[in-house]
Design a protein around this ligand. Structure first.
Ligand SMILES: [Fe+2]
Length: 262
C-alpha cells in the first residue's frame, strides 16, 4: 500500500514529535504492508511550509529507515488567501512528491462560494487538486452536491482511513460510507499524526473496503491510484462522478416533503 497523506516527519507540526516517534511510525507502516509514504506536514497560518526544512527532515528519516519504506514529501495544503499566493509563486514545491497532485484542505466552518473558482485556478497552475477528508467536514457533508460538482470539475477525493472504521465518530463514518458507495473516492490515506490515536495503519480499513466493495476497488484506492500520485501519472482508477441532476432532484423532493409535513 502507498500512503499519500501522513504527518510522519519530526518537529514540523502537530504530527510526530521526535525522530524516535517518526522511526516507530515508519516501522508501524512497514509492518502494516506500506511500501511508500508521502510525508505531508501542514501548510497553514499556524505551521508555515518550509520546503527545504521538510526535505532535510525527510532525508534524515530516510537514511535511518533505509529502502524498506520510500518517503516522498508534499504538504497538507490549507486553502487560504496567503497560501494560494505562495502556491502561485512556486506550485511544484507544494505538490505531492513534487509532481502534479496537491492535497487541498478546507476550513471546517467556512467553505466560501468562490471555492469553485479557486480550485479551477489551482488547475490552471498545472496542479490536480485532491480534496482531503470531506467526510470530516460538517459543511461539505451537509450538502454533497458541491463535492459532486468539484468531482465533475476534475478534482479528486481522499478520505481518512480511520473515518471508515469509526475513529472520527458516527457522522464521519456514515459520510465516508456514503462516499464509498457513491464511488466518489480516489484515495484512502492514514493522515497519521502519532503512534496511538492517529496511527500509520491502513490494513484493517483495506480489509473493510475489500469486504464492502471488492478487492479490486481496495487495490485501486490504497495502492494503484496512490502510486500514480507518487509518480505523477494519470490515475488508473477513475470512477464516474455521481450524477448532478439526480442529486438535485433528490434534494428538491426532500425539500417538498418537508414543506408538506410542516
Ligand atoms: Fe493531514
Amino acid at each position: 500500500m502507498i500512503d499519500i497523506h501522513c504527518h510522519i516527519l519530526p518537529d514540523l507540526d502537530d504530527g510526530s514529535d521526535s525522530l524516535e516517534t517518526s522511526l516507530k511510525m515508519a516501522e508501524m507502516a512497514i509492518e502494516d504492508g506500506v511500501t511508500h509514504v508521502i510525508a505531508t506536514p501542514h501548510a497553514n497560518n499556524h505551521y508555515p511550509f518550509a520546503s527545504k526544512l521538510v526535505r532535510s527532515r525527510r532525508d534524515e528519516l530516510q537514511a535511518k529507515v533505509g529502502e524498506r519504506l520510500l518517503i516522498g514529501t508534499g504538504c497538507d495544503f490549507h486553502l487560504s488567501y496567503e497560501n494560494f499566493e505562495a502556491l502561485r509563486e512556486e506550485p511544484a514545491q507544494f505538490a505531492l512528491n513534487q509532481k502534479t497532485y496537491l492535497l487541498v484542505e478546507f476550513a471546517n466552518f467556512s467553505v466560501p462560494a468562490s471555492l469553485d473558482q479557486t480550485l479551477h485556478q489551482i488547475q490552471l497552475l498545472g496542479l490536480q487538486p485532491i480534496i482531503t477528508h470531506p467526510e470530516r467536514n460538517p459543511l461539505i457533508r451537509s450538502d454533497w452536491e458541491r463535492l459532486w460538482r468539484w468531482l465533475h470539475q476534475g478534482c479528486f477525493v481522499q478520505i481518512t482511513a480511520q473515518s471508515l472504521s469509526g475513529g472520527f465518530g458516527e457522522r464521519a463514518q456514515t459520510a465516508a460510507e456514503t462516499l464509498l458507495d457513491s464511488n466518489a473516492i480516489h484515495f484512502i490515506a492514514s493522515d497519521a499524526h502519532n503512534l496511538t490515536s492517529r496511527p500509520l495503519r491502513l490494513r484493517p480499513v483495506y480489509e473493510l473496503v475489500a469486504e464492502r466493495k471488492g478487492d479490486e476497488i481496495a487495490q485501486a484506492l490504497f495502492e494503484e491510484n496512490p502510486r500514480a500520485v507518487f509518480e505523477g501519472c494519470a490515475l488508473p482508477y477513475l470512477p464516474v462522478p455521481p450524477d448532478l441532476k439526480a442529486s438535485r432532484a433528490q434534494k428538491e423532493s426532500g425539500r417538498r416533503k418537508r414543506f408538506w409535513f410542516f
